[in-house]
Unconditional design. Structure first.
Length: 440
């Protein structure tokens, strides 16, 4: 078991509930921020929380002060009146700036006025330097979902769109996040976990990552094995650290590819081998939120770059597919990959993914790296046939135990090589796990 970060000040992202400062919902005397008390919808304030990054606590104080000054009404879930419902605070670790998302009880930006504008202006007046960016997310839905599913509900009010974090391997480039994408609550701790995953990827591998988010694990492995990253490997096995041949990432959120392509564009050429004149980041990076909303609603995905003659250029060393893990696998994302990295949500692997991994290795299946090259019917394909190393990163122990039992008792030939627990959230009873499985 590893405790990868300090016991205090580790939380670099917080999502908090908003409530009125007094017991009277109608009195506009400002808001208080906190968490629901266990088993209730009573908001418990958490001033100066010990696990929060200090700048998150500073931002909370300014928020409560600003809401009192301009009379921001907190949302009332009984009457469905009021404005501010939730807040999300994310720390840019390099600058300490806060990316703030104000979740407002409204269907569109027009309905937030004038309350939202007054609050934003007051926040900038109190401390303009603290805010990396300020966003509004319009959510007039029922229930406890913090964010609405529609991408049209996101509005950047001021500041930068992307948070930029160094790749865990050091001075190799950056990872990019936006409020629309998943981001770990303890980035310092997850950096250590990501390096552990990278060390379990054999050098020279072809890697497929499902449930990839913005590609943190896959890109960390790519840079780790590219060399010149200043890491002391403490061994003489040069073959172990051969550059990876390719990395394919996928996840369901269509906002992820823009962050992924920006990250790839920031990496050194010797790491990606990508042609900067044809990188997808050059076009996707300039896409507006409105363009992204249209792409997400139409189901489009970023296309591979094309040459001036209209012919598809050679496949880059890195790629991203906006698809669920099951769909990505059945589209052939793992064909040719000897390493599969999975980092599913708490509910664990999708049934289709487990089904493919539990199939026995088929020595008669031809080796191909694209579904278009298959010469056998789809129903006879083992879509994970080439995978011999499975790295399972789990945030839900019960689901991990269930999936592990299926893998180890199946005809897939899997054996557990190692398992490490990470205390990513000190003070809680949560354990993040990294399990490495090998085919016999």
């Amino acid at each position: 078991v590893v405790v990868p970060s300090p016991l205090t000040g580790w939380r670099t992202q917080a999502k908090l509930v908003v409530a009125p400062k007094t017991s009277s919902w109608s009195q506009r005397d400002g808001c208080t921020l906190g968490l629901y008390q266990r088993g209730t919808h009573t908001v418990l304030p958490i001033p100066n929380c010990q696990v929060h990054h200090p700048h998150i606590n500073q931002a909370i104080q300014l928020l409560e002060q600003a809401t009192a000054r301009v009379g921001t009404p907190a949302y009332n879930e009984d009457t469905r009146e009021g404005g501010l419902r939730f807040v999300q605070l994310q720390v840019d670790r390099s600058t300490g700036g806060i990316s703030l998302t104000l979740v407002w009880n409204a269907a569109n930006l027009k309905e937030t006025h004038p309350g939202l504008t007054l609050l934003k202006n007051e926040l900038l007046k109190l401390d303009k330097t603290l805010w990396h960016s300020i966003w509004c997310h319009c959510n007039d839905g029922f229930g406890n979902n913090i964010f609405h599913k529609s991408p049209k509900r996101w509005h950047r009010l001021t500041g930068h769109e992307f948070l930029r974090e160094p790749v865990p391997t050091g001075d190799q480039g950056y990872l990019y996040f936006s409020p629309l994408t998943f981001r770990q609550g303890n980035l310092d701790g997850f950096d250590i976990l990501a390096l552990d995953v990278a060390q379990h990827v054999p050098g020279g591998s072809k890697v497929c990552e499902l449930y990839a988010g913005v590609g943190v694990l896959g890109l960390t492995a790519l840079t780790y094995h590219a060399g010149t990253n200043g890491i002391d490997y403490n061994d003489d096995n040069d073959q172990q650290h051969e550059p990876l041949q390719w990395v394919r990432c996928s996840d369901l959120n269509p906002a992820n590819p823009r962050c992924f392509h920006r990250a790839v564009a920031s990496l050194p050429r010797h790491v990606t081998h990508n042609d900067p004149t044809h990188t997808s980041a050059s076009s996707d990076g300039e896409m507006t939120l409105a363009d992204l909303a249209k792409m997400m609603e139409s189901g489009q995905e970023p296309s591979l770059p094309s040459s001036s003659s209209g012919e598809e250029v050679s496949r880059p060393k890195t790629s991203y597919t906006a698809a669920s893990a099951a769909d990505a696998l059945l589209q052939g994302q793992a064909l040719g990959a000897n390493v599969l990295i999975v980092d599913p949500p708490r509910k664990g692997l999708e049934d289709e993914v487990v089904h493919e991994l539990c199939k026995p290795f088929n020595p008669s299946q031809p080796y191909v790296e694209s579904a278009t090259l298959l010469t056998i019917p789809d129903h006879k394909v083992n879509w994970a046939n080439d995978v011999n190393t499975l790295i399972y990163v789990s945030c839900g122990f019960d689901a991990l135990a269930r999936d592990s039992e299926k893998l180890l008792t199946s005809s897939g030939g899997w054996m557990l090589e190692s398992a490490t627990g990470y205390i990513l959230f000190p003070g809680s009873d949560h354990v993040e796990s990294v399990c490495v499985f090998q085919r016999k």
